[in-house]
Design a protein around this ligand. Structure first.
Ligand SMILES: Nc1ncnc2c1ncn2[C@@H]1O[C@H](COP(=O)(O)OP(=O)(O)OP(=O)(O)O)[C@@H](O)[C@H]1O
Length: 713
């Protein structure tokens, strides 16, 4: 951990006044300078004497010796003078802390010089006055700091006699650790934080390799930061100016804020299963929370049917929509509730035929129609009972109706209806209204729908249906118009990372749309994740498997008709009987597989499963996957050059001209008069980032085409 800008002991020490008398030491006596003159003069005299006495050699030798002595005197003299200056400067610097009235060299004694010609004293003894509190660590710290600075070493306390007021300091000779300079990143953090939270802010950065993980700031902005807006601004500016995305955790009582890197959403999350509690069925139902994913903070995201009666799951092929629906089915079945499934693609719920508490799985259109009618009849029956005062909500068992691929279902019903409509029947199939009725009213009859849609559809999400599906999930990338229909924003869910299966947007506990990773739920048909299949398995089967009888089979069974040309009409299908499952009858009802079925892949239902008419095969393929159809700029108008100040949430903006990187604006806010903070997600990778730009920068911008969907909020 690297600490920057931490507080240090400061001078002078409180309680000590200035020196009463002179704070300067008297000049030192430099006797060596006299010897430096006398000795060479003596050398000259000796040489002359030698010449005069005709003892030249002796004279020269004596003069040389004297000159060497003179050089030594000069050298040692200069060294002692330099050392004396160091000691005096140190003493004068530390003097205000010693509490003495008169400065004297006796107060600081140094010895054991080392490290070079002038060097640093190995030992220093410092005396101080009685009124100084020598036990105060701040005072000792201050003294050490002055000595370190002036003597040029790192000193530590060797001994301290509080009675005689003598502090003994020794030079710390352990090799000094290389000073770690704050990295460029840390320096940037420091600069940004000080700019935002004041110069007095202290900053601690926790680094992990080259990455800064956490930044803890102690500031003095107390009252200002009590305002939510200011706190949000700080968070945004930090994210815009520092690398990465940051979340601020505020401790307002202690004026501390901790910034942590926003966690990354995992790409794979296994399901969790809540405990089953059926002691009071109605109370359990009211509390029922069905988990289906996690957000970036690891919060589990739930659907609570008693609060939001129906769930809408929107997602193109391969985004993970079916896996989400399987998850709901498994959670509901495990809790012991009754389930009906409309298998829009006919093969997505094969593994749940005969699964505990899954009463019905309808894959043929006529069975799907009957199921919708049956759900509507059940709702009507329950309403009648409540109306008659014969029952209350408490008396009913919840029913969960899963409708996969709603748009496909609608199209198939319309086409099928034409083939079975008889004289006197309404021109349009009456079933579609029933679904709308269920969406509107079924809540009060404890009937809930989980409805899957390939893509956000104005005819569905533009009207009343939308309000009945407050609980929503969008899987995979949305077009800007789809995002607006789902989340009232042209930006949310538009730039999710590509190729991450099970990634989507849903509402959190506060009803805010958040990016989530949905659970990877096991599919019994595939046999993957066996341990989770086991965990999900309901302990008991409260609702055994049922089946819808075909009208002609029913007639055969009760022998009411032998007419080989008997053609059941819409009404016959609408009133088809729902009976306990019988494998023999199911076999009989199964249409003969078409000849080409011999070449079909393993994924298709087995011969004795309910199969569908081959005519409609490939219908769902007509509903292209969202992924494949949503081109990078689909739903946007052509690019124009505009000033940054005109940017709005949902716009696509060219972030890096050289690299051709576009981002989807998720938020734009003024940082100050000139600058804007731009939050965006890379249109290619979905990676979130922020930038700070001047409001009058010219940018290439593509606006969402509002003609294609609902307008901006
Ligand atoms: N939450 C998830 N975690 C990990 N992988 C997932 C997740 N959801 C789906 N997948 C992977 O993506 C594949 C496609 O998922 P799924 O069948 O649910 O897609 P879909 O949106 O229903 O598409 P389709 O309509 O083609 O079935 C799965 O087989 C699985 O491999």
């Amino acid at each position: 951990m690297m600490v920057i800008g931490s507080r240090q002991a400061t001078l002078p020490v409180p309680g000590l006044g200035p020196l009463a008398e002179t704070s300067q030491l008297p000049p030192r006596n430099h006797e060596w300078k006299i010897w430096a003159v006398v000795i060479p003069a003596t050398a000259a005299l000796t040489f002359c004497l030698g010449l005069a006495m005709d003892r030249v050699l002796l004279g020269v030798a004596a003069a040389v010796v004297l000159l060497i002595a003179s050089a030594a005197v000069i050298a040692f003299g200069i060294r002692d003078q330099r050392r004396g200056e160091i000691i005096d400067n140190t003493l004068e610097a530390v003097a205000p802390m010693l509490g003495v009235r008169k400065l004297s060299r006796a107060l600081l004694r140094v010895s054991r010089w080392k490290n070079g010609w002038v060097g640093t004293p190995g030992r220093a003894k410092l005396r101080y006055a009685n009124q100084v509190n020598g036990r105060d660590p701040k005072w000792v710290g201050g003294v050490l700091e002055v000595l370190d600075r002036n003597l040029g070493g790192h000193y530590q306390v060797k001994g301290h006699n509080h009675r005689t007021k003598l502090l003994v300091l020794a030079l710390d000779e352990t090799p000094a650790k290389e000073e770690v300079l704050p990295s460029e990143q840390v320096q940037r953090v420091l600069a940004v934080v000080k700019e935002l939270l004041g110069e007095s802010a202290t900053v601690e950065c926790e680094e992990d390799g080259d990455e800064i993980k956490n930044v803890t700031v102690t500031h003095k902005q107390g009252i200002h930061m009590a305002m939510v807006g200011r706190r949000q601004r700080v968070e945004k500016v930090i994210s815009a100016r520092m690398h990465g995305r940051w979340v601020a955790h505020w401790d307002l009582q202690n004026d501390i804020v901790r910034f942590t890197q926003r966690p990354e959403l995992p790409t794979l999350v296994y399901p969790i299963y809540e405990d089953v509690d059926r002691t009071d069925a109605h109370a359990s139902y009211l509390k029922l929370k069905l988990p289906y994913g996690v957000d970036e903070n690891g919060n589990i995201i739930f659907w609570q049917p008693a609060l939001n009666p129906h769930m809408l799951v929107v997602g193109g092929t391969g985004t993970g929509k079916t896996v989400v629906e399987h998850g709901f089915l498994e959670q509901i079945a495990r809790q012991g509730y009754r389930i009906w499934v409309i298998d829009g693609k006919r093969i997505e719920f094969v593994g749940f035929r005969g699964y505990p508490n899954v009463e019905l799985v309808a894959s043929r259109v006529e069975h799907q129609v009957r199921m919708i009618i049956a759900a509507h009849e059940l709702m009507e029956e329950r309403y009648t009972l409540i109306e008659a005062g014969k029952a209350t909500l408490k008396d009913f068992d919840p029913l969960f109706l899963i409708i996969d691929e709603y748009a496909t279902l609608k199209a198939r019903i319309v086409r099928w209806y034409k083939t079975v409509k008889q004289k006197g029947d309404p021109t349009q199939p009456p079933i579609l209204e029933l679904i709308e009725d269920l969406a509107r009213l079924a809540r009060s009859a404890k009937i809930h729908m989980i409805l899957g849609l390939q893509r956000p559809d104005v005819s569905f999400l533009g009207g009343e249906m939308r309000d009945n599906f407050a609980a929503r999930i969008s899987m995979g990338r949305l077009s800007p118009q789809g995002a607006n229909m789902m989340w009232d924003s042209f930006a949310i869910g538009v730039a999710l990372p590509r190729n991450v299966r099970g990634r989507g947007v849903s509402t959190d506990a506060e009803s805010n749309p958040v990016e989530i990773q949905t659970f990877w739920n096991p599919d019994p048909a595939k046999g993957d994740l066996p341990e989770y299949l086991e965990k999900a398995q309901p302990e008991e089967t409260t609702y055994p498997r049922m089946m819808i009888l075909d009208p002609d089979i029913e007639a055969d069974l009760d022998g009411s008709t032998q007419d080989p040309d008997y053609e059941p009409g819409y009404r016959d299908y609408a009133e088809a009987r729902i009976v306990p499952f019988d494998a023999r009858i199911a076999d009989e009802m199964a249409p003969t597989p078409p000849a080409r079925a011999a070449h079909t892949s393993k994924a298709l239902p087995e011969a004795n499963d309910e199969t569908d008419d081959p005519e409609s095969a490939g219908e769902e393929d007509a509903e292209d996957s969202m992924e494949s159809t949503i081109g990078l700029f689909e739903g946007y108008r052509p690019a124009t050059q505009e000033k940054a100040s005109s940017l709005e949430e949902g716009d696509a903006v060219l972030i890096d001209e050289a690299l051709g990187l576009w981002g989807i604006v998720t938020d734009v806010e003024p940082e100050d008069d000139d600058y804007l903070i731009l939050d965006y997600r890379d249109i290619e990778t979905g990676e979130a980032d922020s930038a700070s730009i001047t409001a009058d920068t010219w940018l290439h911008i593509r606006r969402p085409d509002e003609q294609e969907g609902r307008g901006r909020k």
